[in-house]
Write a protein that binds this ligand. Structure first.
Ligand SMILES: Cc1cc2nc3c(=O)[nH]c(=O)nc-3n(C[C@H](O)[C@H](O)[C@H](O)COP(=O)(O)OP(=O)(O)OC[C@H]3O[C@@H](n4cnc5c(N)ncnc54)[C@H](O)[C@@H]3O)c2cc1C
Length: 261
C-alpha cells in the first residue's frame, strides 16, 4: 500500500491578518506549522502502512522553508519527503496548485492519496476534490473512518446530521477531518533522523513535466479583486438575570427574529 499525503505549511494562527494595501497575507512574525487536518492525514497513512505494509510519501508545494513541515511529519514516521518548489508555482490559486500537485503525483506509484479537509489559511477545501479530478480517480471527502480491503476503500463520510458509508476502488483520494484519529507525537529517534539524515527531494516545474502556462499566477483563473476584514456588526448584547431568565430572554429574541418558532 503506497500512500501519498499532501501536507501544507500554514501560519500558526486562524486570526489571519491581511495587508490592506497589497491584499496578501501578513506572514511576518507568525510561526509556521503543518496544517492541522494534514497531521490527521499523516496519522491515518501511518496506521494503514502499519497494517498493510508499503510506504508513505509526504508531498508539499511551498517555498524552501516548507522543508520544516516535511521534516516534522518525517519525525512522525513518514518515509519519503517531496517538496514542490519553484518560482513558477508562485501566485498559484487552488486550481494551479491542484494541477502542480497532480503532475507531481503522476511521477509516484500510489494506491491512495490523503489530503486534509481544508487548510486553516486558505480555507477553501478545494484542493482535495480538484486533485482527484486532475488524477481522474474517485474521491471521498470529510472522512471520519477508514477501512480497506480487496483493492477497495470503505469510508464513513461525515454529514451535518450523521454519516454515510461510501466505497471506492483504489487508487482513490480521500480528504480527512479531525474526528478520524489522534495524531501521534514525533518520536525522539524520529526527530533526530528527520533533521540529520532524511533527504527532502526538491522537485521543480520542469522535473514534474508541467506546462508552464498552467502554473502559478499564469495558470490561475481566480482573480482576487479585493480582500478586506468585514466591519463589526455592532456591540453584542449581554443578557442579565438568572440562567432561566436569560434562557427565556434569548428564546424570545430568537423567536422575534424568526430564527426559532
Ligand atoms: C488568486 C489566488 C492567488 C494566490 N496567490 C498565492 C500566492 O501568491 N502565494 C501563496 O502562498 N498562496 C497563494 N494563494 C493561495 C493558494 O492558492 C492556496 O494556499 C492553495 O491553493 C491551497 O488552497 P487552500 O489553502 O484553500 O487549501 P485547501 O483546499 O483548504 O486544503 C485542503 C488540503 O489540500 C492539501 N493542500 C493544500 N495546499 C497544499 C500545498 N500547497 N501542498 C500540499 N498539499 C496542499 C492539504 O492536504 C490540505 O489539508 C492564492 C490563492 C488565490 C485564490
Amino acid at each position: 500500500m503506497n500512500i501519498i499525503v499532501c501536507i501544507k505549511q500554514v501560519p500558526d494562527t486562524t486570526d489571519v491578518k491581511i495587508d490592506p494595501k497589497t491584499g496578501t497575507l501578513i506572514r511576518d512574525g507568525v510561526p509556521s506549522i503543518v496544517n492541522p487536518d494534514d497531521k490527521h492525514a499523516v496519522e491515518e497513512a501511518l496506521r494503514l502502512k502499519e497494517k498493510f505494509g508499503g510506504k508513505v510519501t509526504a508531498l508539499c508545494m511551498g517555498p524552501p522553508q516548507a522543508d520544516d513541515a516535511l521534516r516534522e511529519v518525517s519525525a512522525m514516521g513518514v518515509d519519503d519527503l517531496i517538496l514542490l518548489s519553484d518560482r513558477a508555482f508562485a501566485g498559484a490559486d487552488t486550481w494551479a496548485t491542484s494541477y502542480a500537485l497532480g503532475m507531481a503525483i503522476g511521477k509516484i506509484e500510489y494506491d491512495l492519496v490523503i489530503c486534509g479537509r481544508e487548510a486553516i489559511d486558505g480555507d477553501t477545501a478545494q484542493i482535495g476534490p480538484q486533485l482527484a479530478g486532475c488524477l481522474d480517480i474517485p474521491q471521498i471527502t470529510y472522512v471520519k473512518n477508514v477501512e480497506m480491503g480487496d483493492g477497495k476503500i470503505l469510508c464513513e463520510r461525515a454529514l451535518e446530521d450523521g454519516y454515510e458509508k461510501i466505497e471506492a476502488s483504489l487508487p482513490a483520494l480521500i480528504t480527512v477531518i479531525s474526528d478520524l484519529n489522534k495524531p501521534r507525537y514525533p518520536s525522539v529517534g524520529g526527530i533526530v533522523e528527520a533533521y540529520r539524515e532524511k533527504e527532502v527531494k526538491v522537485w521543480n516545474a520542469e522535473f514534474i513535466g508541467a506546462d508552464q502556462e498552467l502554473l502559478g499566477l499564469k495558470g490561475s483563473p481566480t482573480e482576487v479583486r479585493k480582500t478586506f476584514a468585514p466591519e463589526p456588526k455592532g456591540d453584542g448584547e449581554i443578557l442579565q438575570g438568572s440562567t432561566d431568565e436569560m434562557a427565556k430572554q434569548l428564546v424570545t429574541k430568537l423567536v422575534d427574529k424568526n430564527i426559532l418558532r
